[in-house]
Design a protein around this ligand. Sequence first.
Ligand code: CAA
Length: 257
Amino acid sequence: MSTVRVEKKESYAIVTVDRPEALNALNEDVLNDLHAATQDLSQTPGCRAMLLTGAGEKAFVAGADIAAMEQFTPNEALKFAELGHRTMNAISSSELISIALINGFALGGGLELALACDIRLAGANARMGLPEVTLGLLPGFGGTQRLPRVVGRGLALEMILSGDMIDAGRAYEIGLVNRVLEGDLLAEAEKYVSKMLEYKSGAAQRAARWALHAGMDLPLTAGLQKEIHQFSELFSGSDPQKGMAAFLAKQKPEFES
Ligand code: CAA
């Protein structure tokens, strides 16, 4: 039985980590199931985005599975970290827009999972942190690298070295989450993703997202070249023509992708 539930909608899918009895902690099964779901959705025609959340009222994901890691040898720890990175990288490098809906605790590997996503939305009850040092560990699923790229080096060091949790308001203040949602979280997040997709060219979104992600790992001049290339490539499809013709005719665009 899968530890991850996938609900496919017309243009996006809701992916729910489903281990509420362990606050959705990431063990090998969850990491493999998340990887498989990402691959499957990437190949699903028409699926442009993935909304990732956790089952139950309390947690998005409360981290890597502590019980599973307790007796690790260095080699087992290496394999587990590599497996975690494989899943996080599959999410960040897939063609899907990835949105984490942080509906409670996002700790350790849970926050790292959210950091592998393009966008983070939080419920008012969300609590986030990288408490690994309190367990004698370090963030092993990308946190030492992705967190400073989102909030800056000083704030990332503070979170990693203190292990302290922050609430949704503070996470918004430091740019760790894009929005704090009120009310029915899933319904609000679905409205958010629908609005992001509606009347937008999927090809243009994929190209922009790719240029941004690829460019962030490069010197500015090389990143700018990626943008020029992607801009030109778009014109080999029909979306620029459709989008601009619709604008000039004062109509809503109907894109191919
Ligand atoms: N791994 C395994 N089980 C976990 C877990 C985790 N990360 N987090 C929670 N659970 C389990 C608990 O053991 C408990 O199980 P039992 O009912 O069988 O005892 C169940 O989930 C409910 O948890 P609590 O009773 O602790 O719930 P709470 O409301 O009192 O506390 C919490 C909630 C503050 C999130 C607390 O559970 C907690 O601190 N969890 C651990 C958070 C953490 O340290 N995460 C980092 C893990 S290390 C990591 O992620 C390394 C890496 O980067 C790769």
